[in-house]
Design a protein around this ligand. Structure first.
Ligand code: ZN
Ligand code: ZN
Length: 643
């Protein structure tokens, strides 16, 4: 290497942007070094690997090099393999084989195999495998390991196993690749067998196993592995938190997060978004606030995903004001995820006008709405009774943004007409839909019938539903509700009888309430324990007070307005949301809002009870049920009794 070459190489190491590289390139051209293979190779590699958005420039440099050598080919193959078009990486490899005298080495194969993996191109994988055989590189550790990953990515764990078995003394990286291959295909059993056989494991092996178990929902196995791990890093902790959160085990997710802090490991982006998603799902507002303060204090508020998770948590906990605070304070440009999370918060609370305002703001900021944005917007309009606006946005979606409405959008519009009582329009709309209506569309219409007591239409719709989705208990409930609203009690009883006759499956109901940053779960008719005992005791006291001071009578005999399952008339008292609210009240301290999350829709009776409690006890209760938020205050609910 001469002095000029050395200077070029040294200058390149300092290049951080494409502009920098262009300057070095200009210098190389001036000194005639641009066709020097060493310098040209370095330039191409730098553009391919170290600088983003410089791939096109690298390609141009490559084209201008007279006889690119294997080093340059490898750089380009590697860069393209990780790009949006991994197929062009494979094409570059093919070009090298056809046009060049350079023969591929182990790096070429490892990089181009990565491209085959990234484009899930099994055919290319097979061909590259046989070419590697020709060059005697198939048993090469580096090549073999990548080949294992490629086959796994293409769903061929059998081929991956063959490659592994033929490897001469596989190292820990190869073993880890094989572990990943099994887990990638959801084969936890074989992964575990491999794991036990491994001659030596590193931290990655443990972490791969952990993450794989959590993805397949093998939570107990993951927990056992975690205990056995000789060393744990932040990746291991994050896996536990995210895994439990994704599998709906919020208590465990919170527990692991607390433990992580206790042992002095700094939470990272993954563990924070994981624990925040647990908060969002469990409606754990207080805990979310603590996390918010922590994130602020530790200077992590610049991370976009953390901000989005925080915003989502506040939205799902029903606190639009806090969500807005996070939204407004977000650093940098807001992503579509940010806008949609904020809109979801407004929509779920029935803030239709505000959702529309936000949408306008989003348009002005230059972010293009997508299909999900419009679902939320239409949902917001329908829940706020903004029928005209909803229709306008439905057409705007297609006309202005060219988004073809999906079945969900049609569903929103049926709901929009239905809620407003325009059942004729809803029916007409359904018949004009270019896609054939599914059960959800008909169920939406049935819901509207039950809301407005349209018996005739409800019967017709129910017949359609019986053909499309015969075993759905909520349809029977909706039909019986329609009869109830219309005062036809005989028909109500008949529907109930046929339901119990058909033994329709019912989803068990549960509710959660957060008290002192701990989330407690309650199930309908749950067995007694210390917590439920406390809840039942308090509930009895509350119901007595409601009866005396509020004139409350349980809606048992006549109105079967139980929107969902769970209900046995005599078990009204045991509804999980009642237990949750009672427990929340027994531990209540001044100024707090009681927040409940319920997996089904809240029933009419519980809704009445919550309203009365909010009035008689002067409390604020927020219930997030399956379809929306209910904010109870001073005897009324934000849903205006429509849900
Ligand atoms: Zn209930
Ligand atoms: Zn309500």
């Amino acid at each position: 290497m001469n002095a000029a070459e050395q200077l070029c190489a040294a200058l390149l190491t300092r290049c951080k942007t494409l502009q920098n590289v262009k300057e070095v390139h200009a210098y190389a051209c001036k000194t005639g070094l641009d066709i020097d293979p060493f310098v040209a190779g370095k330039l191409i590699l730098h553009c391919c690997v170290l600088i983003s958005d410089a791939l096109e420039y690298a390609r141009r440099l490559f084209r201008h090099t007279p006889n690119p050598d294997v080093f340059m080919y490898n750089a380009l193959i590697r860069g393209l393999a990780e790009s949006d078009s991994p197929q062009s990486s494979i094409l570059t490899y093919v070009e090298m084989r056809r046009k060049s005298t350079a023969s591929p080495d182990s790096f070429s194969f490892a990089f181009v195999l990565k491209a085959a993996a990234n484009s899930r191109d099994l055919g290319a994988g097979f061909q590259l495998h046989s070419q590697a055989l020709t060059f005697g590189l198939d048993a090469h550790l580096f090549v073999g390991t990548t080949m294992i990953s490629t086959y796994a990515e293409c769903g061929r764990v059998d081929c991956a196993t063959k490659v592994f078995d033929e490897m001469f003394e596989p190292n820990v990286v190869a073993w880890n690749a094989m572990l990943t291959a099994f887990l990638r295909c959801g084969d936890v059993k074989d992964a575990e067998r491999m794991f036990r056989l491994m001659p030596c494991k590193n931290l990655t092996s443990w972490n791969v196993m952990l993450a794989g178990c959590m993805k397949s929902g093998e939570l107990e196995l993951a927990r056992k592995l975690f205990v056995d791990m000789p060393v744990k890093d932040d990746v291991s902790w994050s896996s536990m938190i995210v895994g439990f959160a994704h599998n709906g085990c919020f208590d465990e997710a919170f527990g692991f997060f607390r433990e992580l802090q206790r042992v002095g490991i700094r939470p990272n982006e993954v563990s924070l978004t994981g624990v925040l998603s647990a908060c969002a799902q469990a409606g754990a507002f207080e805990f979310g606030k603590i996390l918010h303060a922590y994130i602020q204090k530790s200077g992590l508020l610049w991370i976009v995903t953390v901000n989005n998770a925080l915003l989502d948590t506040y939205s799902k906990c029903g606190n639009v004001a806090m969500a807005r605070l996070v939204f407004d304070g977000m650093p940098g440009k807001k992503s579509i995820v940010t806008w949609t999370s904020m809109m979801a918060g407004l929509a779920m609370q029935g803030y239709g006008k505000e959702a529309i305002q936000l949408f306008d703001e989003m348009e002005r900021s230059g972010i293009r709405p997508d299909g999900i944005t419009f679902i939320l917007l239409l949902y917001a309009c329908s829940h706020a009774g903004l029928t005209e606006e909803g229709c306008r946005y439905f057409f705007k979606m297609k006309e202005i943004y060219g988004i073809e409405p999906a079945i969900e959008h049609y569903g929103c519009l049926v709901d929009l007409y239905g809620r407003a009582g325009q059942l004729q329009d809803a029916c007409e709309f359904i018949t004009k839909m270019p896609v054939s209506p599914n059960a959800i569309i008909w169920r939406t219409l049935l819901g509207a019938c039950s809301m407005h007591g349209h018996v005739q239409l409800a019967k017709q719709v129910k017949e359609r539903l019986s053909e499309l989705d015969p075993d759905n208990s909520s349809d029977h409930v909706l039909l019986s509700n329609t009869y109830a609203v219309a005062g036809k009690w005989k028909d109500v009883a008949a529907v109930r009888r046929s339901m119990s006759h058909q033994r329709l499956k019912k989803t068990p109901g549960w509710s959660m309430v957060e008290v002192d940053k701990i989330v407690y779960s309650f199930f309908a008719g749950q067995k007694q324990n210390k917590i439920t005992e406390e809840a039942y005791e308090k509930l009895e006291e509350i119901m007595l007070k409601l009866a005396i001071e509020g004139g409350y009578v349980p809606e048992v005999g006549n109105v079967l307005h139980d929107v969902e399952e769970e209900e046995k008339e005599d078990a009204l008292f045991k509804h999980s949301e009642k237990l949750a609210v009672a427990f929340g009240m027994s531990r209540w301290c001044k100024g707090r809002i009681i927040r409940i999350v319920k997996n089904l829709r809240i029933c009419r009776d519980c809704h009445v009870v919550m309203k009365l409690i909010s009035k008689i006890y002067g409390l604020e209760i927020v219930v997030r049920d399956r379809s929306r938020f209910h904010s109870f205050k001073g005897g009324s609910c934000s849903c205006r009794d429509y849900w």
